[in-house]
Design a protein around this ligand. Structure first.
Ligand SMILES: C[S@@+](CC[C@H](N)C(=O)[O-])C[C@H]1O[C@@H](n2cnc3c(N)ncnc32)[C@H](O)[C@@H]1O
Length: 322
């Protein structure tokens, strides 16, 4: 079924409507404020109309429109995927043979075509589980559909292809994805073996300790009322820990030539993190998408083209739990 949001980047008119709509006075209760803001937020409404799981999709769509992150057949890891709109974008951009793995600390109904692992990404055990999943190159990929035409009757029949054999998977384990961004086989360094991920996305934000509104946390709508504490330093420090964990994971799993997108809350420590990124990637950009609320300190690092042979100096910084 065609998806109208495939090439969607919000129009100028839509953006100016958004700015007007966002300048409403605030109410006293934060949940009332959140609900009323969602109600008048054009991006949230547009996401609903387009069948996207949340307005966050537009941030990734904007970044992808500028940097062309995805290619067919890629492996994408989406950290903090719930409720799943970034994963929806990744599925659409990497099909027909891409594989998308989402990780989140809260349970959520994954979008179609997305494999998920529930757990705290700061935990070493959860990261190991993610690596185990990724080490099987066929795991999480959609099965191929073949169409057979019967010459005598002219009837076309859809056939699901059997899973590829283990030997076949081994043989193709090091192949770059179709049209992928990785080095060719000759240029591939031995240390790149086992690094199977083409794009790592992290939109993780420290979950807010929820004191009310548990009725909201259902499988179909797991989204919390908000997911920042409102305390600027706490949000910044928490987000830098999550970024460090994502980068440490990228050292172990991201292919040479792969890309890394990471949300952070701006503050004193983000420059150090940017320096780490610059050691590992050819280019690093800071982005504040137009669909990101202007009053929020949230921004994104877009780090492109992983270099070869980079030491993991982030290892000691990462705030892992067991
Ligand atoms: C802003 S939401 C992500 C929205 C998502 N990109 C989308 O498009 O639907 C942030 C998510 O990060 C998750 N998260 C925060 N800390 C996490 C952690 N330590 N491990 C796994 N997930 C985490 C939260 O549970 C939340 O679902």
């Amino acid at each position: 079924m065609p998806r109208p949001w495939r090439n969607l980047v919000p129009s100028r008119q839509f953006r100016s409507q958004l700015q007007t709509l966002c300048s409403h006075p605030r109410n006293s209760s934060s949940s009332t404020r959140w609900k009323s803001r969602q109600g008048r937020d054009s991006y949230a409404r547009e996401a609903k109309v387009q069948g996207l799981k949340s307005r966050a999709a537009f941030k990734l769509l904007e970044i992808d429109a500028k940097y062309k992150l995805f290619k067919k057949g890629q492996t994408v890891v989406d950290l903090g995927y719930a409720p799943g709109s970034w994963s929806q974008v990744a599925v659409e951009r990497t099909k027909p043979n891409g594989r998308i793995l989402g990780i989140d600390i809260i349970p959520a109904q994954p979008p179609k075509g997305v494999s998920t692992i529930q757990g705290n990404f700061l935990s070493v055990g959860v990261q190991e589980e993610v690596k185990r999943f990724l080490s099987d190159p066929g795991r999480g990929r959609p099965k191929q559909q073949l169409f057979l035409m019967h010459e005598d009757t002219g009837v076309t029949e859809a056939v699901i292809e059997e899973d590829r054999s283990y030997i076949d998977l081994e043989r193709h384990a090091d192949d770059p994805p179709e049209g992928g961004s990785t080095l060719n086989k000759r240029g591939k360094k031995a240390q790149d073996l086992g690094k199977t991920v083409d794009v790592i996305l992290s939109d993780m934000s420290e979950p807010w300790e929820q004191t009310t509104g548990f009725w909201k946390r259902t499988l179909s709508n797991p989204y919390r009322m908000m997911n920042t504490s409102g305390i600027t330093f706490r949000d910044h420090a928490g987000s830098m820990d999550l970024c460090a964990a994502a980068l440490h994971f990228a050292h172990d799993t991201l292919r040479t030539g792969g890309h890394f997108i990471c949300k952070f809350y701006q503050g004193a420590e983000d420059k150090d993190f940017e320096r780490e990124l610059k050691k590992m990637f050819r280019t690093v950009h800071r982005e504040k998408p137009e669909s990101s609320r202007s009053e929020s300190k949230e921004a994104y690092f877009v780090a492109l083209w992983r270099k070869v042979d980079v030491e993991d100096s982030s290892a000691s910084d990462s705030n892992e739990v067991t």
